[in-house]
Design a protein around this ligand. Structure first.
Ligand code: PGA
Ligand code: ZN
Length: 417
């Protein structure tokens, strides 16, 4: 049993060069650990609040207020609490904040403490984080199952200056082990780079480390990826599938209720978007579509799930925002069949675990995800293994803030084998 001796935070930079929060927790037995909070760009309207300073510093993106909230009220409130009781810790901070979306203290402040204490408690328990989390939340799982990665090899939308409209074109390698899946992903990624170059496209990269070529149409990306899978010596469908995150709230016009695809010079209704996914499912090895419709387009989400849900994984990201209330509504209405899990959408480890448990109880698939603004923190790799998530989504096979998560997963695989 070890108590929280102190927590403190400071400002660091994320992978886009914007400020974010890092916190350190120190326990009474001398265990110390740090954790860092990521940050999104195509954030959902219903996410918990990421507290930013405003003003001139860092173009308004400073997080000194969030840092001060950790160093002041949060530090005082959690001092002396039992570190391994993560549920009690998070409940205390949620109560201290007292708002529905953590707008008083900031989800970035609360999450930094939630994660750093979890890490310190795992050090104290002498357990790797994935094992500790399983124990701390009393998960009744026996074997460890490594998640299948969804690797974002082609970036568009808000992550790549709108070269194409769909934000993420991901490959899903299906090999038996994590290290084989990572190898396959890297080989396909490099094959894609060579193909793009040969065709005269730009091979600069977007925020999540995937290529960001101006292709002149969304479907060209699908064709290029299928070609790259073959070129790398793998079979599309059998060995490598494709997953999409159109992040469609970003190009949805709420007034006209239309989806505006600039790269295709087309404006589609929800029904036509559903039709597009259905067509692509038949033509390409497409197995998963995230935020295929906008975050509050509820009726059409239900329709899409009825039409495609038995054949296609339909993932709610901005749609569910890792929020139990929204997920519950989705389950009740029959909307989506999988949930994207992002710790900072909800702002504490415990609420994240609760969202995962609810998803499991309704047979929704679980995908643990990074954000487009990341740090070297690899907590999500451990979280994915702790809960036996079906999938992990952590970007491309370039840029250390993405690749470190794959490296950590391969490390865990060696441990649990
Ligand atoms: P974000 O993008 O981190 O910029 O929100 C990731 C996603 O939409 O899945
Ligand atoms: Zn998304």
């Amino acid at each position: 049993m070890s108590k929280i001796r102190s927590v403190r935070a400071w400002e660091i930079l994320d992978s886009r060069g914007n400020p974010t929060v890092r916190a350190e927790a120190a326990l009474s037995d001398g265990s110390v650990a740090v954790a860092s909070v990521p940050s999104g760009a195509s954030t959902g309207t219903h996410e918990a609040l990421e507290l930013r300073d405003g003003g001139k510093r860092y173009g308004g993106l400073g997080v000194l207020k969030a840092v001060a909230n950790v160093n002041g009220p949060i530090a005082r409130a959690v001092k002396g609490m039992e570190a391994s009781n993560l549920r009690a810790l998070d409940a205390k901070m949620i109560k201290l904040d007292g708002t529905a979306n953590k707008s008083k203290l900031g989800a970035n402040a609360i999450l930094a403490v939630s994660l750093s204490v979890a890490r310190a408690a795992s050090v104290s328990a002498g357990l790797p984080l994935y094992k500790f989390l399983r124990k701390a939340y009393g998960l009744r799982l026996t074997a460890y199952k490594l998640p299948i990665p969804m690797m974002n090899v082609l970036n568009g939308g808000a992550h790549a200056g709108w070269t194409v409209d769909f934000q993420e074109f991901m490959i899903v390698p299906m090999q038996k082990t994590e290290s084989e899946r990572v190898r396959c992903g890297a080989e396909v990624f490099h094959a894609l780079g060579k193909l793009l170059k040969a065709k005269g496209f730009d091979t600069g990269k977007g925020d999540e480390g995937g290529y960001a070529p101006t292709l002149g149409g969304n479907e060209i990306a699908m064709k290029m990826i299928v070609a790259a899978i073959g070129k790398a010596g793998y079979t599309p469908w059998g060995e490598v599938a494709i997953a999409l995150d159109p992040a469609s709230s970003e190009f949805y016009d709420t007034k006209t209720k239309r989806y505006i695809l600039k790269a295709d010079k087309k404006t589609l209704t929800a029904g036509e978007m559903i039709g597009l996914y259905e067509k692509w499912m038949q033509k390409y090895p497409l197995i998963s579509v995230e935020d295929g419709l906008a975050e509050d387009d509820w009726d059409n989400w239900v329709l899409m799930t009825r039409q495609l849900g038995s054949r296609l994984q339909l993932v709610g990201d901005d749609f569910f925002v890792t929020n139990v209330a929204r997920l519950n509504r989705g389950i009740e209405r029959g909307a989506a069949n999988a949930i994207l899990i992002k710790l900072n959408q909800i702002g504490s480890l415990t609420e994240t675990m609760d969202a995962i448990a609810l998803a499991r109880s309704a047979d929704y698939k679980v995908i643990i995800s990074h954000r487009s603004g990341e740090t070297a923190d690899t907590t999500i790799a451990d979280l994915a293994v702790a809960v036996n998530a079906e999938y992990v989504k952590t970007g491309s096979l370039s840029r250390s803030e993405r690749v470190e998560k794959y490296n950590r997963l391969m490390e865990i695989e060696r441990e649990v084998k």
